[in-house]
Design a protein around this ligand. Structure first.
Ligand SMILES: *[C@@H]1O[C@H](CO)[C@@H](O)[C@H](O)[C@H]1NC(C)=O
Ligand SMILES: *[C@@H]1O[C@H](CO)[C@@H](O)[C@H](O)[C@H]1NC(C)=O
Ligand SMILES: *[C@@H]1O[C@H](CO)[C@@H](O)[C@H](O)[C@H]1NC(C)=O
Ligand SMILES: *[C@@H]1O[C@H](CO)[C@@H](O)[C@H](O)[C@H]1NC(C)=O
Ligand SMILES: *[C@@H]1O[C@H](CO)[C@@H](O)[C@H](O)[C@H]1NC(C)=O
Ligand SMILES: *[C@@H]1O[C@H](CO)[C@@H](O)[C@H](O)[C@H]1NC(C)=O
Ligand SMILES: *[C@@H]1O[C@H](CO)[C@@H](O)[C@H](O)[C@H]1NC(C)=O
Ligand SMILES: *[C@@H]1O[C@H](CO)[C@@H](O)[C@H](O)[C@H]1NC(C)=O
Length: 419
C-alpha cells in the first residue's frame, strides 16, 4: 500500500484521540466481563437491558459508529494494539472447537491476537454485543459454507456470548446446523455446513468424504429449503473447490458425472445460487451477504524469497502490498460477474486482501488433522502437517465480524430513520 505521508498524518491527527479513548474503554470492559461471576454478570445483563431503551425499542447508533460515506473498510492496514485485542479470551469462550484453540493446543506465541484492522479512510465502530443482539431481536442469522465459515460463526458466538449470563444461552447441534440461541432476544446465530453451497457428496456435516469430491452444480434445493425465511444469510465457499484443477461434477442428468474446469464449475454453481437468490428470497425481509475467499499461506517463498516452508512459525503480518497465489483471481472474477448481474442486493464482505497479510494467523501445527489434534511427531514435521488454511480464534475471523457488524449497524441506522 502506498498511503501518502501527508494524508496519513492528517488522518492520524483526526483519528488518534478517538481511537485511543475507545480502546481503553473496550479493553476495560473485556477484562471485566471475563472475570465476572455469573450472578454479577446476570445483574449487569439485567441492568444493561433495562438501561437500553427497552425491549424492541430502537437502539441509538451514534455518528462515530457509522462507516463514513465512501470509505472502503476493506482497504487499510493492521495496527499493533494489545490494549483492546483480543476482543475475548480463548479460554473464556466455551463454544470454540479444538481445531481453532491454538494456545490450548500449544502455540507458544499469542501475538497474532493483538492486531487491529485500521481502514484507510475511517474507523470501524467498536463491537457492542448488546447492540448486535438488539439488531438480531426476533431474527435468525445464518452463516453458510465450509469450515472457514464455521470459524466465522464461532467467532461471532464468542463475540456476543460473554455478555449473556449462563442459562440464557445455548448451543444446539442439529447437523448440518449449529444453532446458538439467545432466548431473551428470541434470536439465533446459526451455522449451516454446505462446503460447495450447492449440493455435493460432502454435505454430511460430520462424516464427509474429503478426497473424493463430486458436486451437483445445478442442485441447491436440499439446502435452500433450510435457508428460506432466514433473516440474515452469509455465504462463503472456496477452498473445497481448489483441490485439483479439475473437479468431478454433474450438471443436468444426475448420472452424467464429468470432470469440469474448477473455474467453470464454480461459476455454474454461483449461477445456480444466484437463481435461487432471485426467486427464493424476499429482499424486503431478508439480507444476503457473500464473503470472498479466505486466503491460504501454503508457500512462504511468496512473501520471503528463497525459503521453502509454509505458514509455520510465522509471527507477524506481511507489510503490504501482497496477494498470494492461493487467492484465485479467476474465481474472484466469477464472484464479481455473478453478483454484478443480480437484481437482489447482495452485500460483499471482501475480506481477501486484509486476510492476505495475515500469514501469522493460521492454526499451523496447533490445530487438527482429520478431526484429531496433531501428535508430537506430526508437530515436528510442519512441512507435512501445518494447516495454513484455518485460522486460530481469537483471531482474523473476529475482524471479519467486526466489519460485518459495522455494515449491519449502518444498515440498521439507514432503515430505522433514527440518527
Ligand atoms: C503491549 O505492547 C507493547 C509494545 O510492544 C509492550 O511494550 C507491552 O509490554 C505490551 N503489553 C502487554 C500487556 O502485553
Ligand atoms: C421469534 O422470532 C421469530 C423469527 O425468527 C418470529 O417468527 C416469532 O414471531 C418471534 N416470537 C416472538 C414471541 O416474538
Ligand atoms: C460414514 O460414511 C461412510 C460412507 O457413506 C459409511 O460407510 C460409514 O459407515 C459412515 N461412518 C459413520 C461413523 O457414520
Ligand atoms: C473423477 O472421478 C473418477 C472416477 O471416480 C476418478 O478416476 C477421477 O480421478 C476423478 N477426477 C478428479 C478430478 O478428481
Ligand atoms: C480453466 O479455465 C480458466 C479460465 O477459463 C483457464 O484460465 C484455465 O487454464 C482452465 N484450466 C484448465 C485446467 O483447463
Ligand atoms: C521460528 O523462527 C524464529 C525466528 O523468527 C527462529 O529463531 C526459531 O528457531 C524458529 N523456530 C522453529 C521451530 O523453526
Ligand atoms: C475484492 O477486493 C480485491 C482487492 O482487494 C479486488 O481485486 C476484487 O476484485 C474484489 N472482489 C470483488 C468480488 O469485487
Ligand atoms: C447507508 O446509507 C448511506 C448513505 O445513503 C450509504 O452510502 C450506505 O451504503 C448505506 N449503508 C448500507 C449498509 O446500506
Amino acid at each position: 500500500m502506498t498511503t501518502q505521508p501527508i494524508q496519513y498524518h492528517r488522518r492520524m491527527q483526526l483519528v488518534f484521540p478517538v481511537a485511543l479513548a475507545s480502546l481503553l474503554v473496550l479493553g476495560g470492559v473485556r477484562v471485566a466481563l471475563d472475570s465476572l461471576k455469573n450472578n454479577e454478570l446476570y445483574f449487569l445483563w439485567q441492568s444493561r437491558l433495562a438501561g437500553s431503551r427497552g425491549p424492541g425499542l430502537p437502539i441509538i447508533v451514534s455518528e462515530d459508529e457509522v462507516i463514513e460515506d465512501g470509505c472502503n473498510v476493506f482497504e487499510g492496514k493492521w495496527v499493533w494494539d494489545n490494549l483492546s485485542y483480543p476482543l475475548y479470551r480463548e479460554d473464556s469462550c466455551p463454544y470454540l472447537v479444538k481445531q481453532v484453540t491454538c494456545l490450548k493446543n500449544g502455540r507458544p506465541d499469542s501475538l497474532y491476537q493483538n492486531w487491529r484492522w485500521q481502514p484507510n479512510g475511517c474507523n470501524l465502530p467498536r463491537f457492542d454485543a448488546l447492540k448486535l443482539l438488539e439488531i438480531l431481536r426476533d431474527k435468525r442469522l445464518m452463516f453458510i459454507g465450509d469450515s472457514i465459515q464455521r470459524g466465522m460463526f464461532e467467532s461471532m458466538v464468542c463475540l456476543v456470548q460473554s455478555v449473556i449470563p449462563e442459562g440464557m444461552k445455548s448451543l444446539k447441534r442439529i447437523p448440518p446446523r449449529k444453532i446458538f440461541v439467545i432466548e431473551e432476544f428470541n434470536a439465533s446465530i446459526e451455522y449451516y455446513w454446505a462446503p460447495f453451497i450447492v449440493e455435493s457428496i460432502s454435505d454430511h456435516a460430520t462424516n464427509h468424504t474429503v478426497l473424493k469430491r463430486m458436486v451437483r452444480l445445478d442442485s441447491i434445493a436440499k439446502h435452500s429449503k433450510e435457508w428460506e425465511g432466514v433473516d440474515i444469510l452469509v455465504f462463503e465457499s472456496y477452498v473445497w473447490w481448489m483441490y485439483k484443477p479439475l473437479i468431478n461434477a454433474t450438471y443436468g442428468s444426475p448420472d452424467d458425472v464429468r470432470e469440469y474446469n474448477v473455474t467453470t464449475a464454480y461459476k455454474l454453481a454461483m449461477e445456480t445460487w444466484a437463481n435461487w437468490i432471485e426467486t427464493g428470497i424476499n429482499p424486503r425481509n431478508q439480507k444476503i451477504f457473500f464473503m470472498t475467499m479466505s486466503p491460504t499461506h501454503l508457500w512462504n517463498w511468496e512473501w520471503k524469497a528463497g525459503s521453502d516452508g509454509n505458514c509455520f512459525n510465522e509471527s507477524h503480518p506481511i507489510e503490504g502490498p501482497y496477494w498470494g497465489t492461493g487467492s484465485n483471481l479467476d474465481i474472484m472474477g466469477s464472484v464479481k460477474d455473478v453478483l454484478g448481474k443480480l437484481k437482489v442486493n447482495v452485500r460483499l464482505l471482501n475480506i481477501t486482501q486484509l486476510s492476505e497479510y495475515r500469514k501469522d494467523g493460521h492454526t499451523s501445527v496447533f490445530g487438527e488433522r482429520k478431526g484429531k489434534l496433531l501428535t508430537k511427531e506430526q508437530r515436528s514435521d510442519p512441512k507435512t502437517y501445518a494447516d495454513c488454511i484455518h485460522w486460530c480464534l481469537p483471531g482474523i475471523p473476529d475482524v471479519w465480524n467486526e466489519i460485518f457488524y459495522a455494515v449491519l449497524l449502518q444498515d440498521y441506522r439507514n432503515n430505522s430513520g433514527i440518527a
